[in-house]
Design a protein. Structure first.
Length: 49
């Protein structure tokens, strides 16, 4: 069970670091990635609900 959570955590961090904007600069890229995720969330709430 411990290895499952470790693997899940590693996948989570790898997916964050692999974001296109994150590679351009950690703080600035994370902000852009977060904004893009919010846009997708807003779109899903509008169209999927």
């Amino acid at each position: 069970m411990k290895s499952f959570f470790l693997a899940l955590t590693l996948i989570f961090f790898c997916s964050i670091l692999a974001g296109c904007n994150t590679l351009k600069g950690a703080a600035n890229g994370f902000t852009k990635d977060w904004d893009e995720a919010k846009k997708v969330d807003d779109w899903l709430q509008k169209h999927a609900w």
